[in-house]
Design a protein around this ligand. Structure first.
Ligand code: URA
Length: 204
């Protein structure tokens, strides 16, 4: 929103974003005292992968996709033939939203409003990296890019055109796969892999 962000303050490098997000207090998540997690990868990556928000492990280490969901993602990327070196990974929301349960921190889904406020940062990452392809993992990531809530199951498997000429693909979030068991898990992992393979084809 115009009242929250000034164009003149737009960061001009990924390093500047990484620093600025640490001080972002524009939504309640940014005020929870956790560390923000910046995107990671080559500055001119052809593919940008967007998750929802850092998890417990990501917040602790200060790096995106290093926890269980990240490990599952990386295994599938490798199997689909997508090189992490051409991939910039980031999140729709830069801070970790959680509920304390004793010593554990339970993931909480960010609200549409929180995602909309944090869009400023991904928009700046997109302006700097200029990826030809973006893959959104789950509905929160898709909202961060599309400004609206969509049904992943209806929109996956084909590209959507973004206003800057880039191509957006959406698929399930790996954390969703981790919650499934047995056949359901196998079916959804195959669909996930198929989505990644479709993106891999667009990279060649
Ligand atoms: N790790 C991240 O960095 N993002 C997610 O969305 C999930 C796990």
């Amino acid at each position: 929103g115009r009242d929250l962000f000034e164009e003149a303050d737009a960061p001009d490098s990924l390093d500047a974003i990484a620093q600025a997000i640490q001080h972002c207090r524009r939504c309640p998540i940014g005020c929870n005292g956790t560390r923000a997690v910046a995107g990671e990868g080559p500055k001119k990556a052809r593919l940008m992968i967007v998750g929802e928000q850092p998890g417990d492990v990501e917040e602790e280490q200060g790096r995106p996709f290093v926890g269980p969901a990240g490990q599952l993602l990386m295994a599938h990327l490798e199997a689909a033939g997508i090189d992490r070196k051409v991939t910039y990974v980031t999140n729709a929301v830069k801070h970790f939203k959680y509920l304390s349960r004793g010593k554990r921190r339970l993931h909480q889904t960010p609200t549409a409003k929180e995602i909309d406020i944090c869009r400023w940062w991904i928009d700046n990452e997109r302006r700097i990296v200029k990826p030809r392809l973006i893959l959104a993992l789950g509905a929160s990531a898709a909202r961060g890019l599309l400004h609206k809530t969509i049904r992943i199951q209806q929109e996956r498997g084909r590209p959507m055109m973004l206003e800057d000429g880039g191509e957006l693909w959406v698929t399930a979030h790996p954390s969703y796969l981790l919650r499934l068991r047995d056949e359901g898990r196998a079916t959804e992992e195959k669909r996930f892999r198929d989505d990644l393979k479709a993106v891999a084809k667009r990279l060649t």
